[in-house]
Design a protein around this ligand. Structure first.
Ligand code: FEO
Ligand code: CA
Ligand code: CA
Ligand code: CA
Length: 754
């Protein structure tokens, strides 16, 4: 979700994280495979050996990965632009493939994109605001085939909704902030979640198959199993599942992940803001309040979109007040059933998704696997996307066995229900430690003065508190991660932070304070109109190498691969990576390695550089941890106080190894990315084009009645006048803007980016 979206969620003229930080500061207010699978060649070769039934196959031998990264990028950089269009280099074509509302069966008609489509039809249409995405090769017999490039299942997240474009007229809400039209809310709840859609290549053209039996929507109402150590615990009991083994739906799914056996991982990010808590719900134990507060649910919480204000159990589940005799009679525990990594088997259309509690509960951005090596344990790397939050790793107890390919959710039970959860500490000297989050380790005990951990379910449900106790490093908003198929090194975007989070002097209002080697910058990035942007507004990308190149290692070394910046800024303290007009960027978010070409794709979700350019996507050819030098970086905060830290930084990439490949339409985020096995088709999600359409108003609050709706700057007047939409992408003309998946191919049929 973009900062703009966070702003919109609250309906206030400040960002969600700013609000969170302010509330935290004021307790009184709290109330390989190629094909985009990113799997290792070792795993791929193992799979080949397995499927061939020839255990003596030379393919099973540990061999170097076949990825050969080129020495330089080979396309013309795309210029920065604020045009309402997709820009790609000469010789490439971007085609719209799958838009919000597109039907997933033949019985569901074309989408009006005028808000007139029914709530019921949304169960068979693409959801809104596409985000994380993954391409699974589909074999002729309907199974996962990691080597298949011409036919596949695209599985993608629909993170949230475009408030006003989803309905014919602005949604109905009364003066008390209660929603009044159930069909509107049902449509919203159906527009979120996940889609599974079959796609195929015919010649050079890609299309989706509206008649595929694999097409499926998973929404905020789809039944899911709570699996792993916290499943069935007392913390999970609700009126919907009195034994705590199930819940309804997944929600605010941001980035994603995948498994080597062929399942999709969707990750629940800003789920906490959906829950309502009134003064009547304030009567909780001190421990419960500590848990709720650490997950941004204060003494009172409005519950975005007012979903909880309608009668009926589908809506009551968003209200966490103590309305029943105990937890099995109300939804006081509903927040504990969100904040997880959810495993979905796209090849089994009737399967029930499973929330994998062993991977911890936080604001999950995504979950990216280590290279699968037969006989070795598997790791998933994960970030908690909020300012001052942490980077985590889960390591399976079970070693990877290639016979589990196509093992579905049973394989998930094997690898994702038992293992160890860790959180990262980045030491200032370029070393790092994975701190185990298990009861009894790293101050995670019943005697902990901040939070008395009762058992491992409690630790996993309150992983943020466990990470606090362990002493993890607070990061500048972790977004996507990616594992280098060449060497297994791990990259993660730290999208940005604000001044309050990286104060040099004064009292920190966020939980992160001061700069450190892993989060070294605090500076001003004035916009074209000279308005100040302080903190680390342009973000950076950190990377690490596990000790012994073993994903299960408990120590690592790290450096900062790349710093976002405008070209021309101070080269010593801001534009440290030496960016120029061909590759300058801000707020890295999406991140993904092609395991065919070895290119690292970087995508942005930015508000800081949008005076000059729309969000973008760049190609990078990284080296390795330690290929640069230790640099002294001096920051200047809002009071002009300075602080200097020294950080290990990667080698400056230069134009040969970092180049802008795509710029998206107006107000969009360029987000999810995946690739066909052969590296000849890239699928990219364009989220929330035209998001600023209603910004001139800034007069409404989604949790109370619209303010000034009757005026010319109210949402009703704006929605009625398409000339005021800031984007009409992708349909053009007077159309409402809508999120879409695009496919990018090279006109000569070659490898994208090469
Ligand atoms: Fe939904 Fe982490 O951005
Ligand atoms: Ca976004
Ligand atoms: Ca973002
Ligand atoms: Ca994101």
């Amino acid at each position: 979700m973009s900062d703009t979206a966070r702003h919109k969620v609250t309906g206030q003229s400040e960002h969600m994280n700013d609000i969170i930080e302010r509330m935290q500061a004021d307790p009184g207010r709290r109330a390989l495979l190629k094909g985009g699978l990113g799997l290792a060649a070792l795993g791929f070769m193992g799979l080949q050996g397995c499927t061939s039934g020839d255990s003596a196959s030379p393919a099973l031998a540990p061999a170097p990965t076949p990825v050969t990264r080129p020495g330089a990028l080979n396309f013309n950089a795309v210029a920065k632009t604020v045009a309402d269009a997709i820009a790609v280099p000469p010789g490439y074509t971007a085609t719209v493939l799958y838009r919000f509302g597109d039907p997933l069966n033949a019985a569901t008609g074309a989408f009006s994109n005028l808000g007139t489509d029914t709530a019921a039809s949304m169960d068979f249409r693409a959801g809104d605001n596409h985000d994380g995405i993954y391409f699974f090769g589909l074999s002729a017999d309907g199974r996962f085939d990691p080597a298949e490039s011409n036919r596949g299942l695209l599985v993608m997240n629909h993170e949230y909704m475009q408030w006003f474009f989803i309905h014919a007229t602005p949604y109905s809400i009364d003066a008390a902030g209660n929603r009044t039209v159930e069909a509107e809310v049902r449509k919203e709840m159906a527009a979120l979640g996940v889609s599974i859609v079959e796609v195929q290549r015919n010649g050079s053209a890609w299309s989706y198959n509206v008649n595929s039996a694999f097409n499926r929507r998973i929404t905020t109402l789809t039944r899911m199993r709570m699996s792993g150590p916290a499943g069935g615990s007392a913390f999970m009991r609700t009126r919907f599942s009195t034994d705590g083994t199930a819940t309804r739906g997944t929600f605010n799914n941001c980035a994603n992940g995948f498994t080597p056996w062929g399942t999709y991982l969707t990750c629940e990010e800003n789920w906490a803001f959906g829950f309502r808590r009134t003064a009547a719900g304030a009567a909780r134990t001190a421990k419960e309040n500590a848990g709720l507060t650490r997950y941004n649910i204060g003494a009172t919480a409005a519950g975005n979109w007012g979903w909880a204000t309608l009668p009926g159990d589908d809506f009551a589940r968003w209200n966490i007040d103590l309305t029943g005799a105990d937890a099995t009679a109300d939804y006081r525990n509903a927040p504990n059933t969100f904040g997880w990594v959810v495993e979905i088997d796209p090849f089994a259309p009737t399967s029930e998704p499973r929330k994998r509690t062993a991977l911890g509960r936080f604001f999950h951005e995504g979950a990216w696997p280590s290279r699968p090596i037969p006989g070795s344990r598997l790791a998933w790397y994960m970030g908690c996307d909020a300012r001052g939050e942490y980077i985590y790793k889960f390591v399976s107890d079970a070693a990877w066995n290639v016979a589990d390919l196509n093992g579905g959710l049973a394989a998930g039970d094997k690898y994702l229900n038992a293992g160890k959860l860790y959180v990262a500490r980045f030491n200032d000297n370029g070393t790092g430690t994975w701190l185990e989050l298990s009861l009894g380790s790293n101050n995670i005990t019943a005697a902990n003065p901040s939070y008395a951990f009762a058992d491992q379910a409690d630790v996993l449900i309150h992983a943020r508190l466990a990470a606090d106790a362990a002493g993890a490093t607070k990061m500048d908003r972790p977004e996507w991660g990616a594992v280098d198929p060449v060497n297994g090194q791990v990259y993660m975007t730290l999208t940005n932070s604000n001044a309050a989070n990286r104060l040099v002097t004064g009292t920190p209002t966020g939980r992160a304070a001061l700069t450190d080697a892993a989060n070294p910058r605090v500076y001003n990035d004035p916009r074209t109109d000279n308005s100040a942007q302080r903190g680390n507004p342009n973000g950076h990308i950190i990377r690490w190498r596990e000790a012994g190149d073993d994903p299960a290692a408990t120590t690592f070394t790290w450096d900062i691969f790349l710093f976002g910046s405008r070209a021309g800024r101070d080269p010593n303290n801001i534009n440290i990576s030496g960016l120029d007009a061909s590759n300058d960027f801000s707020s890295p978010d999406g991140l993904w390695f092609s395991s065919t070409t070895g290119i690292l794709w970087i995508q942005t979700d930015d508000n800081a550089y949008t005076d000059v350019t729309n969000c973008m996507r760049l190609a990078a050819l990284p080296g390795t941890v330690g290929d640069g030098s230790v640099k002294s970086i001096t920051g200047t905060d809002a009071t002009n106080a300075t602080r200097t830290v020294t950080s290990p930084t990667g080698a400056a990439p230069g134009a040969a190894r970092l180049r802008r490949f795509l710029v998206g339409p107006k107000d969009c985020e360029v987000t999810g990315i995946t690739e066909s096995h052969d590296g000849r088709a890239l699928f990219v999600n364009i989220q929330h084009p035209g998001e600023e359409t209603f910004d001139p108003a800034r007069l409404f609050d989604v949790n109370v009645a619209y303010r000034n709706n009757a005026t010319a700057t109210g949402p009703t007047a704006i929605l009625a006048d398409p000339t005021r939409y800031t984007s009409h992408w992708p349909d053009g003309g007077n159309a409402r803007p809508r999120a879409a998946t695009i496919v990018i191919t090279k006109n000569d049929g070659g490898l994208v980016g090469m």
